[in-house]
Design a protein around this ligand. Structure first.
Ligand code: HEC
Ligand code: HEC
Length: 186
């Protein structure tokens, strides 16, 4: 029995670690209910306003909710699907998409958009065909199929949602500027 002291030491170490574990477990379990209680105490505040008129600032992150309060998440914006083509603000603007594009796959093997917007299919689906620029390569040469530069449609064309605007836009197109200026004036 040469190893007897070793066994005693091992037993003591084991006992000590069990004690430390028990102590940690007890203190840990004391803390946890307190934390959850604090979280449930803050009442969610309705947070719809993004622009706070009085404050003269945009508060996109907290939407006017005080820092010690929890805000309701704003409702998810809906994609407009009226199928009415929108006015362009200037001639070379990529028109916005007036329909939803959920699940329209555009990848290496297939382009769902071109099912309707290719010249050959446009009449069947009553969709406006993509313009000639979409068949041009970077040297201005016309290709038989959609140009790789115009393959990923949503790079330039986007849907619109009913989300409130964060920043007002004062853009005026050239037609409204011409209409506003007095005739024959300078
Ligand atoms: C099922 C057929 C169909 C598919 C698929 C489709 N579209 Fe359309 N798209 C139309 C039709 C029809 C219109 C004409 C307006 C309307 O009826 O919505 C249109 C209108 C548009 C317009 C407006 C053109 C203008 O002059 O204002 C754009 C831009 C557009 N689509 C882009 C896309 C993109 C990008 C995709 C793929 C993510 C796509 N479309 C997929 C049928 C389709
Ligand atoms: C690099 C940007 C870009 C990409 C990518 C692109 N477009 Fe366009 N698109 C434009 C611009 C700019 C216009 C308006 C001027 C023009 O016709 O070139 C336009 C016009 C259109 C129009 C209106 C054509 C007309 O004569 O009224 C349709 C429809 C359209 N694009 C669909 C698509 C589809 C579908 C794809 C994907 C296969 C696509 N676009 C990819 C920039 C782009």
């Amino acid at each position: 029995m040469r190893n007897k002291p070793m066994i005693v030491v091992a037993g003591l170490v084991l006992l000590l670690s069990v004690l430390v574990f028990a102590a940690g477990w007890m203190f840990g379990s004391h803390k946890r209910p307190e934390a959850t209680q604090a979280a449930t105490e803050s009442v969610p505040v309705g947070a719809r306003a993004i622009f706070i008129p009085g404050a003269g600032q945009i508060d996109a992150m907290r939407r006017g909710v005080p820092v010690d309060k929890e805000g309701h998440p704003p409702p998810m914006a809906r994609v407009e699907n009226a199928d009415i083509r929108r006015v362009r603000n200037y001639p070379m603007q990529p028109p916005t998409i007036p329909h939803t594009i959920d699940g329209y796959q555009v990848d290496k093997n297939s382009n769902r958009c071109m099912l309707c917007h290719a010249r050959a299919n446009a009449a069947t689906f009553q969709a406006p065909p993509v313009s000639v620029t979409h068949y041009m390569d970077r040297d201005g040469q016309f290709l038989a199929t959609i140009s790789p530069r115009r393959y990923f449609c949503s790079q330039c064309h986007v849907v619109q949602t009913d989300a409130p605007t964060l920043v007002a836009n004062g853009f005026k197109d050239i037609d409204s500027i011409l209409a506003a200026s007095p005739p024959g004036g300078n």
